[in-house]
Design a protein. Structure first.
Length: 103
């Protein structure tokens, strides 16, 4: 089983292949912080990261400070890169966890 890296280690390892994924502006755009991300290792040793993602509609934010939940940012960490997880949009934590269990 693969050692579970920290999100900071993943950020450092992906700077070349995914340089903007953890940029402050990118995270802010999706209503995330570094601590929003969780790291999981599947039974097969695959490493995944996931975090809730929000649509920060400027009008809603101005009027009520509301962030609209869009689903999960969900990626596989492999070969120093963050690969998009296939299978569509992940809108519940249960969907994310099920995918990790089977991959």
């Amino acid at each position: 089983m693969a050692r579970k890296p920290t999100i900071s280690e993943i950020k450092q390892a992906t700077r070349v292949k995914s340089p903007h994924f953890f940029d402050r502006d990118t995270l802010r755009f999706f209503g995330q912080t570094m601590s929003s991300f969780k790291v999981a290792v599947s039974p097969w040793g695959n490493i995944f990261i996931y975090a809730r993602s929000y649509d920060r509609d400027r009008n809603m934010m101005r009027d009520r400070g509301v962030k609209q939940f869009m689903g999960y940012t969900f990626r596989q960490f492999k070969d120093g890169d963050l690969k998009t997880v296939q299978g569509g949009r992940y809108t519940t934590l249960q969907e994310v966890q099920k995918y990790i269990r089977w991959h």
